[in-house]
Design a protein around this ligand. Structure first.
Ligand code: SAM
Length: 270
């Protein structure tokens, strides 16, 4: 694992994805925001920090609750989208592993599908503990495994059958935690108490398999790199394979694909 290679890969990818993110992959990430904000106790007047905020998906929903939000992201293009959509919210350019904000300044710290992308997510949890006040809460979301995430499973299975899953320029990822047990352990190791983690299930709707692949290509980092790495001509076979295997998820003329995430939360006691 090379932290700088991961950082450079992620940065380049998110700069590129920023303008299309909210209308593509952001549709899926938004489905889990309310559960995460509830578990962080975010309501009217809560001072909340959103780590790896992207174009402000969480900021919009937390602001609608009456919270006072500050978003941090290392992608200038993402922050430009966020500032344009939420002009009253403060957005700060910075790394989630070294947050450029003072100690104990927030009632809650959240990260919606941000920790996946960090070389060392434990550093971001340590930073979350530093910037949240004693008695404050942390909550984050993390994609569950493919058994729960049918949208992902369909794509990876199709690439395995018709293409090459290793055809990607993505570096080896950092240490992730995709199970409730991993998330509980990471929160406890960062010094949080009363930790809890559970699976939330949602449905991500697409017109067809081509729309699913287009959303992943437009709004992700590693998945986009894998899709773009496939040999010319193979992508059509991948889309056809997904379409065939997704037949059981057709609903009212669309694909209604089950997706799931771990929501994990804890409290800084002192
Ligand atoms: C999957 S998007 C999540 C965006 C948003 N939180 C949401 O709810 O959809 C991942 C975000 O993490 C940001 N990111 C990745 N690595 C980062 C780092 N080291 N520091 C800060 N932000 C980072 C990216 O720029 C991108 O905006």
């Amino acid at each position: 694992m090379d932290p700088e290679a991961i950082r450079a890969f992620e940065h380049a990818r998110w700069e590129r994805a920023a303008s299309a993110y909210a209308a593509s992959f952001g549709v899926a990430t938004q489905l889990f925001c309310d559960a995460m904000l509830d578990s962080a106790g975010v309501g009217a007047g809560t001072q909340v920090l959103d780590l790896a905020c992207g174009p402000g998906v969480v900021a919009g929903m937390a602001t609608a609750r009456g919270a006072v939000v500050c978003g941090v992201d290392f992608s200038a293009a993402m922050l430009a989208e966020a500032r344009a959509t939420h002009p009253s919210v403060q957005f700060v350019h910075g790394d989630a592993e070294a947050v450029p904000l003072p100690d104990a300044d927030f009632d809650a710290v959240v990260s919606n599908f941000g920790l996946h992308h960090l070389p060392r997510p434990a550093l971001a949890l340590a930073e979350a503990r530093r910037v949240v006040r004693p008695g404050g809460r942390v909550a984050f979301t993390f994609w569950a495994g493919h058994a729960e995430n049918i949208a992902w499973k369909l794509v990876f299975d199709a690439v395995r059958r018709c293409g090459d899953p290793a055809a990607s320029d993505a570096p080896v990822p950092g240490g992730g935690f995709g199970t409730t047990k991993d998330c509980l352990g990471a929160l406890a190791a960062a010094g949080f108490a009363k930790v809890d983690a559970w699976l939330e299930h949602r449905v991500w709707r697409h017109a067809d398999a081509a729309a699913l692949v287009a959303a992943l290509q437009a709004g992700t980092a590693r998945m986009a790199a894998m899709i773009e790495g496939q040999r010319k001509g193979v992508l059509a076979a991948i889309v056809a394979d997904i379409e065939e295997n997704a037949a059981g998820y057709r609903d009212a003329g669309e694909l209604a694909l089950p997706i799931a995430a771990v929501v994990a939360a804890g409290i800084r006691e002192e």
